[in-house]
Design a protein around this ligand. Structure first.
Ligand code: UDP
Length: 241
């Protein structure tokens, strides 16, 4: 069932892997183009879109640390990786036949290539129908871009966090191991917590729960899914209240 425009301001969390497609590293331009088209579709519907992008397709701090790097330094490299992804997305959105104005805001100063993150300015961009892409995570090591999504989502008063993944929602057991695994259509924060359903990492989840920001986990691989979610179609898993 489709209700017209359920959400007016959303925060879309894209993992680095979402840009990778079937590759094992880096960026697949065709996948990025598809994401840009999906985002453009909802921007044209008048929806305000903020994006937090990860960096796992390029570098993860924890992997660097596992090989002996200083964790904080490794995390900074991870944050810089997210800026590369943010610029890639910006480029894709602005190269569309019908370009979508986009601003990249970085949590680490990189004044030549991105605006600094200033909350009020981010909100202003959204009001002017510019897509805002948040790069460099939260700017702090030891955090993740999921946590950044929860944080920025709260800061800009996003109505919902759309967590785009490669699976079509949250299951009661691993669907790869258990053929009778059932997908939740909707699940409460408490139920997710008690049953250890991994929606986001614990810090991100706690922030969303505390601030009452629902999360919808859905499959980005199906073209048009972003719009389906925003229009209130029941795909993926809704985690809330
Ligand atoms: N990172 C960080 N602080 C943040 C966000 C990210 O230190 O606030 C670093 C961390 O090293 C992480 C990397 O950036 O591994 C890439 O982000 P993430 O792993 O969240 O990306 P995703 O899994 O979404 O691709």
């Amino acid at each position: 069932k489709i209700t017209p425009v359920k959400y007016k301001r959303i925060l879309l969390k894209l993992s680095g892997e979402a840009l990778m497609g079937d590759r094992s590293f880096g960026i697949d331009p065709e996948v990025v183009q598809d994401i840009a088209l999906q985002v453009a579709e909802i921007v044209k519907d008048g929806i305000e879109v903020a994006i937090v992008v990860g960096g796992g397709n390029i570098f993860r701090g924890i992997n660097g640390a596992a090989k002996g790097m200083d964790r904080a330094t490794a995390d900074y490299i991870g944050m810089i990786a997210t800026v590369m992804n943010a610029l890639t997305l910006q480029d894709a959105l602005e190269q569309l036949d019908d370009p979508i104005p986009t601003r990249v805001m970085s949590a680490i100063a990189m004044q030549e290539i991105a605006e600094p993150y200033i909350r009020r300015r981010a909100i202003r961009h959204l009001e002017n129908n510019r897509v805002v892409i948040f790069g460099a995570g939260s700017g702090n090591p030891y955090f993740t871009t999921d946590t950044t999504a929860a944080l920025r989502g709260a800061e800009i008063n996003a109505e919902v966090i759309l967590k785009a993944t490669k699976v079509d929602g949250i299951y009661d057991s691993d669907p790869k191991k258990n053929p009778t695994a059932k997908r939740y259509q909707s699940v409460s924060f408490d139920h997710a917590l008690i049953n250890d359903l991994r929606v986001m990492d614990a810090t991100a989840f706690a922030l969303c729960k505390e601030n009452g920001i629902p999360i919808i986990v859905f499959d980005l691989g199906v073209t048009g899914n972003i719009r389906r979610v925003v229009m209130g179609e029941s795909i993926g898993t809704y985690v809330g209240g």
